[in-house]
Design a protein around this ligand. Structure first.
Ligand code: GDP
Ligand code: GDP
Length: 437
């Protein structure tokens, strides 16, 4: 069930970012000859042979200010913490270097599978250079060329082969949710308050495959199991790299992927920042349920309009999240905390909601009579039929005469009709046009 995580490690300039792009099939990062060039992206979803995984380029987590050797070590530690499979990349044109050995020393500490990739093996002659690397002690080195794309398929075979078997993940019906947000907004205070003595902790799901700590508990009042997914800054205090922005974003993205519902936590005192928007946008695009939690509400001087004003500001800044409920909380004063699991549970149900086709087509008839379908270049959009094809998030296919005619505004109108008629609060809705033959 859980999507495995693959991390690329290795000293600068061995080709991590080039290989990252090869694997995700995009050329997004800037690849230059200078070590430590800024990357656009260090986290992505990818798949091979139908198996999905998440890929991290640890080289992109720069810890500016720290000496290079410290950075390389920290990156290897992050890989050990976060990944199910680690890909150790070296440069075949250099032989084994001191820095390769430093990385290896850290990787010896983990029992997680490690795949050794010898990059820059651009031609048959250079592919002979791999033998030196047996001394690192990670088994057969895989010759690859990130620049030419050779050997990447075989490398991916090895990686996928090393994934932990699904059999180990038992069926888990609990509602998974997370708190994401910048450092200091109150995420851990909220988690601790919710896990307070009322609720029985079922298990700390400590590292079968990774050592993140997700907490499963039973909510007596609702008679329901929940799992709080660990985010950066909640239970990993004290790690050197914990406060780097790239790392905290990475952890947030990974927590979102594991969650059904994401609580985006804002700090009432500080208002809305760019990083809040980026991470919330990811939750939306991933089709997760979203709740906006404005924490530290106690710390604000308030008059009658404060709440309304704050809400308006959120609606303006997060326009794509118009469906997300907003909750004003105080973790310290225990204000409205009970509403969090209740809302999480409701949003979870909404994200699973299934509507029968007959009812959808009644809605469609009504909708098209309220707002006739648009005419574009003399051609009228016709919608013949509507049916729900998926949940999590609810996804609807509409059969039309021409996909091009279903513009954003009419699609939004249909979504609003769905929202007015059924409870889809907190969940995104997707509409897919299909041309009827
Ligand atoms: P990173 O610092 O480990 O992420 O390394 P980069 O991906 O930024 O690559 C460093 C340099 O090595 C760049 O100039 C790349 O073009 C080059 N490079 C990457 N892969 C290969 C390869 O397979 N062969 C050769 N000859 N150069 C490569
Ligand atoms: P995290 O980094 O997001 O996990 O934030 P913490 O939970 O560690 O909280 C950061 C600081 O904000 C701590 O000093 C908390 O006591 C304080 N804090 C957390 N929630 C609230 C709240 O609701 N009101 C006030 N006034 N302070 C809070």
């Amino acid at each position: 069930m859980a999507v495995p995580v693959v991390a690329l490690v290795g000293r600068p300039n061995v080709g991590k970012s080039t290989i990252f792009n090869r694997i995700i099939n995009e050329r997004l990062s800037i690849v230059e000859d200078t070590p430590g060039v800024t990357r656009d992206r260090i986290y992505a979803r990818a798949s091979w042979l139908g198996k999905e995984f998440r890929l991290i380029d640890t080289g992109g987590i720069d810890m500016s200010g720290e000496p290079l050797t410290v950075q390389i070590k920290n990156q290897a530690e992050i890989a050990i913490d976060e990944a199910d499979v680690i890909v150790f990349i070296v440069n075949g044109q250099n032989g084994v270097t001191k820095e390769d050995e430093d990385v290896a020393k850290i990787l010896y500490r983990t029992k997680k599978p490690i795949v050794l990739a010898v990059n820059k093996a651009d031609n048959p002659e250079q592919r002979q250079n791999i033998y030196d690397f047996y001394t690192l002690g990670f088994g057969d080195p895989n010759p690859i060329s990130g620049a030419q794309g050779t050997g990447i398929g075989d490398l991916l075979d090895e990686i996928v082969h090393a994934f932990p078997s699904d059999a180990k993940h038992e069926e888990d019906e609990s509602v998974k949710f997370s708190f994401i947000g910048r450092p200091n907004v109150g995420k851990s205070s909220l988690v601790n308050a919710i896990l307070g003595d009322e609720r029985v902790i079922v298990s700390n799901m400590e590292g079968t495959t990774r050592d993140a700590v997700d907490t499963k508990y039973h909510d007596e009042k609702m008679d329901k199991d929940f799992t709080i997914i660990d985010t950066a800054g909640i239970r990993k205090r004290g790690k050197v790299y914990e406060n780097t922005e790239k790392y905290s974003v990475l952890r947030a993205l990974s927590a979102i992927d594991k969650s059904d519902v994401v609580c985006v936590v804002l700090n009432a005192e500080e208002g809305i920042r760019e990083q809040d928007k980026r991470v919330a946008g990811y939750a939306h695009n991933a089709g997760k349920g979203v709740i906006i939690v404005v924490n530290k509400w106690d710390a604000l001087k308030k008059d009658t309009n404060t709440m309304k004003d704050f809400e308006n500001q959120i609606r303006t800044e997060f326009q794509y999240l118009a469906y997300a409920p907003i909750l004003f909380t105080s973790a310290v004063k225990a204000q409205r905390l009970d509403q969090i699991p209740e809302l999480v549970s409701r949003v979870y149900d909404n994200r699973q909601r299934r509507i029968q086709s007959a009812i959808l087509n009644d809605l469609l008839l009504r909708a098209t009579s309220i707002a006739p379908t648009p005419v574009v270049n003399g051609k009228r959009l016709r919608i013949y039929y509507m049916t729900q094809v998926a949940v999590q998030p609810p996804t609807f296919v509409v059969f039309v005469n021409d996909n091009e005619l279903l513009h954003f505004s009419y699609e939004r109108f249909l979504i609003n009709q769905l929202r007015d008629t059924f409870d889809f609060e907190g969940t995104p809705i997707k509409i897919l046009p299909r041309k009827r033959k």
